[in-house]
Design a protein around this ligand. Structure first.
Ligand code: PBG
Length: 327
């Protein structure tokens, strides 16, 4: 490589036109996915106090938000449900008239070109707030599989393009794949939360989804934050069981995991910039400590640069609008 003064890297940084000509990573609105929290009722819009500009909404209000996102070019939405009632087994998760199922049908009717992804997990539906069924105080893996498959099937029946299991039970991708295939939904895709870590950054989400565990924590099923070899094993296992796309979550503190999973599997990879990552940027910006839009775009381009094809982010609409405005 030539050295100074032959090589002067500043030459290509002199104007925005030059910088954009040689920019290595691009972010397109179509690569962004917006998470949405749906609850029963009509005309409901309840702000989430820890997440500026994020609300729980009823289906009608959700369609408005999804329409605005789609108009900005956002590629897809990821739906979470807050049910009318919770019980020990989370039985409302597979209610064909639940908020998520109704939301999917409304979206497929109103916005047929928007990709609809549903989060498949029990924690929003169980009275204890864990991601599967409790047996003697522990989340029972194998008994949870059947319930997760029922939930995924109900989402597929409603018309979801992609179901995304986030529970972290072993074997759930295989259980869901065969339940879908047996019922004639061989065309419904699975995006597995393959490397999902037991993270402190989910705090604000648990307020938004009303899914805080009533006792204990999720470290018995979500991954230890120190592990990357294990993330590869989890990902390969999910691919082996039929995952069409894989996810790394959270995104910002796990860029090395994103990069290794992408390099080693070559599979379509989504990274989830989670509620805590979002809340930190919003909170610092509210105090005037950082510039919101620049911090937002830097965090998103960093996730793309690490190797994510798709970025799931609460900033999806704001980022898409900004990208559109820049042309
Ligand atoms: C459900 C689920 C969680 C998130 C997505 N799906 C919470 C958790 O595992 O506790 C977190 C998303 C976010 O923080 O934005 N299991």
């Amino acid at each position: 490589m030539p050295s100074f003064p032959t090589y002067r890297p500043r030459r290509l940084r002199r104007t925005e036109a030059l910088r954009s000509l040689v920019r290595e990573t691009v972010l397109a609105p179509s690569q962004l996915v917006l998470p949405l929290f749906v609850r029963p009722g009509t005309g409901v819009r309840t702000p989430v106090s820890s997440m500026a500009e994020v609300s729980q909404t009823s289906v009608d209000e959700m369609v408005r938000d999804a329409t605005a996102a789609a108009e900005a070019g956002v590629g897809g939405v990821l739906l979470f449900g807050i049910p009318e009632h919770k019980d020990e087994t989370g039985s409302s998760a597979w209610d064909d008239d639940g908020p998520v199922q109704r939301a999917v049908r409304a979206l497929k009717h109103e916005l047929p070109n928007l990709v609809v992804i549903t989060d498949v997990c029990m924690c929003e539906y169980t009275s204890h707030g864990h991601c599967g069924v409790l047996v003697n105080g522990e989340v029972d893996n194998d008994q949870s599989l059947e319930l997760l498959a029922r939930e995924a099937l109900s989402h597929a029946r409603a018309g979801a393009d992609i179901v995304a299991p986030s529970d972290m039970m072993d074997g759930r991708v295989g259980a869901i794949r065969s339940a879908l295939d047996d019922a004639g939904f061989s065309g419904t895709s699975i995006l597995s939360y393959a490397a999902k870590f037991a993270s402190a950054f989910y705090g604000p989400f648990r307020e938004a989804a009303e899914s805080t565990p009533q006792s204990g924590d999720r470290r018995g099923y979500q991954m230890d934050v120190a592990n990357v070899d294990e993330a590869l094993r989890e990902t390969w296992q999910d691919i082996d069981e039929g995952a069409d796309m894989v996810m790394v979550k959270p995104a910002g503190p796990f860029l090395d995991v994103i990069s290794r999973v992408k390099e080693e599997t070559g599979y379509p990879l989504a990274a989830y910039q989670v509620s805590g990552e979002y809340a930190m940027i919003q909170a610092a910006a509210e105090r005037g400590w950082i510039e919101r839009d620049r911090a937002m775009m830097e965090s998103l381009i960093g996730i793309r640069r690490a190797g994510a094809d798709v970025v799931i982010t609460y900033f999806a609409r704001a980022a898409a609008k900004l990208l559109r405005a820049r042309g």
